[in-house]
Design a protein around this ligand. Structure first.
Ligand code: GRG
Length: 305
């Protein structure tokens, strides 16, 4: 209970999220200028600045701040996370993958710039993300910290990370009997791995101890899976609302999702279990300093888009 006369300072998560997301967007805008060759830079900027919740970079900054680092220390790494996320979306939308026309409410990159440029813009963002961390992270972090962050990112994007998750996901689309274990493998590699990487890299850059990094890693791993379970639930509940039906598209489509494999109510229960497990991992940190990460966890569990 607060002592008499003392004001309780409440953490305003919405304000925090908004200000960090704006700072990230500003830094991304500066990171990729309108340089020659114009077409590839325009294509990279188009997708990078097309909106998006900026959850991964904000996780990176919040983890850095949790262990005593400042926002500017983590910003190049935070931007790199969003570059990788964006390149994965550009490639995912291509006709050879999901063949989507819209992303973040705007025409997809290949619809505006053509498939050839979209493919190259994705590759360019992939390479540039690494260069950006190395070139712009403060020397005070030290080369060991930067090397560890870059190694985390390389692993997260490779065959044991997003690329691995995507290839198993593609294969599973043709498989009528995808089980829960395979679905979890896909989600952990395709989605959760970048949440983990963003958060862990923020902690590394902020100077976290080995023990702190492992706690933060487990927190982010639960959170990443939670994000995808909620995505699956939203697919069902949103399309039910849209169609005015009781069963949404992913309860009736062939695609394996958590609601489809375990039922909607159990999937909702599982998401709350993941949220609690994630929060437990941070229980040893100063609650004031951990408030942004707790806020992010609640935001990811309760989000509506
Ligand atoms: C990473 C090298 C490399 C290759 C990419 C195409 C591909 C290989 C992977 C696809 C990965 C993918 C699209 C995963 C889905 C991730 C996901 C949950 C996206 C939605 O994230 P939000 O909701 O989106 O954070 P916004 O638009 O808010 O940023």
């Amino acid at each position: 209970l607060p002592e008499q006369g003392k004001k309780v300072v409440e953490f305003d998560f919405n304000k925090y999220m908004l200000s960090k997301a704006m700072a990230v967007t500003e830094a991304l805008d500066k990171a990729i200028p309108h340089s020659y060759p114009q077409k590839i830079h325009e294509s990279m900027r188009y997708s990078l600045l097309a909106g998006g919740k900026r959850v991964r970079p904000v996780l990176c900054i919040a983890a850095c701040e949790l262990v005593g680092g400042r926002e500017e220390l983590a910003m190049p790494t935070a931007c790199a996370m969003e570059m990788i996320h964006t390149m994965s979306l550009i490639h995912d939308d291509l006709p050879c993958m999901d063949n989507d026309d819209l992303r973040r409410g705007k025409p997809t990159n290949h619809k505006v710039f053509g498939q050839d440029t979209a493919l190259l813009a994705g590759d360019a963002l992939h390479a540039f993300a690494f260069e950006h961390i190395v070139a712009f992270t403060s020397k005070s972090v030290g080369s060991d910290g930067i090397l560890r962050a870059v190694t985390e990112l390389a692993r997260a994007t490779g065959p044991q990370g997003i690329m691995g998750g995507q290839i198993v996901d593609i294969a599973s689309e043709r498989d009528a009997f995808v089980d829960l274990q395979t679905l979890e493998w896909i989600h952990i590699h395709k989605t959760a791995v970048l949440f983990e990487c963003a958060t862990v890299c923020g902690a590394i850059i902020g100077g976290a101890s080995g023990d702190e990094i492992e706690r933060i890693r487990r927190f982010a791993r639960y959170l990443g899976l939670l994000f995808q379970v909620v995505d699956d639930i939203l697919d069902v509940t949103k399309s039910s609302e849209d169609l005015g039906k009781t069963a949404g598209k992913d309860l009736v489509s062939d695609k394996a999702t958590y609601p489809k494999l375990m039922g909607l109510e159990k999937a909702k229960g599982f998401s709350l279990e993941l949220l609690n497990k994630a929060k437990e991992e941070l229980s040893c940190f100063d609650p004031m300093k951990a408030a942004p990460l707790f806020g992010l966890a609640d935001y990811m569990a309760l989000r509506q888009n």
